[in-house]
Design a protein around this ligand. Structure first.
Ligand code: 13P
Ligand code: SF4
Length: 329
């Protein structure tokens, strides 16, 4: 069979699914990459874990598992694949390596970072611990492994409140997202010592924007990520992790919805929720968008972008992630 026919045979069913959000002219470019990546995955016993912010051709075309940060970390600990390719950002690949230290973990672009993760170092955490002796440190999963190694327990936006409450203490150091810290503080009586990190994507949303959307779209449901400014969250109908937001739409099937988060989320789930009208003012994550199909293929072919960490960091950091996983959502 000719190569073109094989590509068509192995990818047409994917396009049937995503044709509403990916124009045919773009699909012609994506399909050969999807075909090659999916074949190579089998040959190499590799798995592709993709964050919910990946573009539809990655999310629906090559990902074996797509989810929020928490579920990606848990899935990385369970996989029997030899290679884990993280279609996401650097801290997610590091977290996968912590959870599967014997596996080869690769990232298609080592510059896919995160403004929250880069806002704090291990040294900063050590200084905070000196300043507040005995106060437990909870770090958002959007942190480097060296920060996790200084952390008592990690959390994600899906379980931040639960994790902080589970410690049973009066005061907690919560890093590095200042808005998420405020959100947690609003849901508990615990004193929260925060850090001034922000997500460059969610920080761009404003209450004014939410109010305007509501005025122009009566009955709309507005759902926000907890990394948004507190007044945006307050003006929304629901706040939750990326998977929490997806579940909200799936369970509630609102007539019209706006997801106050990264752009690809609405595109990815519009396909599975054809009766929901998505209003799409959104902001793009420049880091997530560094991951593309050509880079995934190159990374898988040459096994480049390997996450390498020393054993001590891995072992110390893993404890904080395992504690989080044990507490769960
Ligand atoms: P989730 O943990 O909700 O997937 O969020 C990760 C992230 O980077 C959001 O900006
Ligand atoms: Fe980091 Fe924000 Fe991008 Fe998420 S959306 S990876 S928090 S910069």
């Amino acid at each position: 069979m000719e190569e073109l026919q094989k590509i068509k045979r192995d990818t047409d069913f994917i396009y049937q699914k995503i044709s509403k959000v990916v124009p045919e002219i773009e699909w012609a470019v994506h399909a050969p990459y999807i075909y090659k990546i999916n074949r190579l995955k089998k040959e190499k016993n590799a798995v592709i874990l993709a964050h919910n912010y990946q573009t539809p051709e990655i999310y629906h075309g090559v990902a074996d598992f797509s989810a929020d940060s928490l579920a990606l970390a848990i899935e990385a600990s369970k996989t029997s694949a030899d290679i884990i390719l993280m279609a996401g950002v650097h801290f997610m690949a590091e977290t996968a390596k912590l959870m599967s230290p014997d596996k080869k973990v690769i990232l298609p672009d080592m510059n896919a970072g995160c403004s929250l993760s880069s806002s704090i170092t291990g040294k900063d955490v050590r200084l905070l611990k000196e300043k507040y002796p005995g106060v437990p440190v909870v770090s958002y999963v959007n942190t480097s492994a060296e920060v996790k190694a200084e952390t008592d327990v990690c959390c994600t936006s899906a379980n931040a409140v639960k994790i902080v409450k589970s410690l049973g203490v009066k005061k907690v150091i919560f890093l590095p997202d200042d808005y998420l810290a405020k959100y947690v503080a609003s849901q508990t009586d615990i004193e929260i010592i925060s850090w001034k990190g922000i997500c460059v994507v969610h920080d761009q949303f404003s209450k004014q924007e939410i109010d305007d959307i509501r005025k122009n779209n009566p009955g709309i449901k507005i759902i926000a990520h907890p990394e948004c400014p507190p007044d945006v969250i307050q003006a929304s109908d629901f706040a939750g992790s990326t998977s929490g937001m997806i579940k909200y739409v799936k369970d509630n099937q609102p007539k019209k919805v706006m997801m106050v988060t990264e752009c690809s989320m609405s595109d990815n789930i519009q396909i599975e929720n054809p009766n929901v009208d998505f209003i799409k003012p959104c902001n793009m994550c420049p880091h997530m968008k560094k991951i593309t199909l050509p880079k995934i293929l190159d990374c898988l072919e040459n096994e480049t972008g390997e996450i390498i960490m020393d054993k001590e960091t891995i072992n110390k950091a893993r404890i904080s992630v395992e504690r989080m996983a044990a507490i769960g959502r």
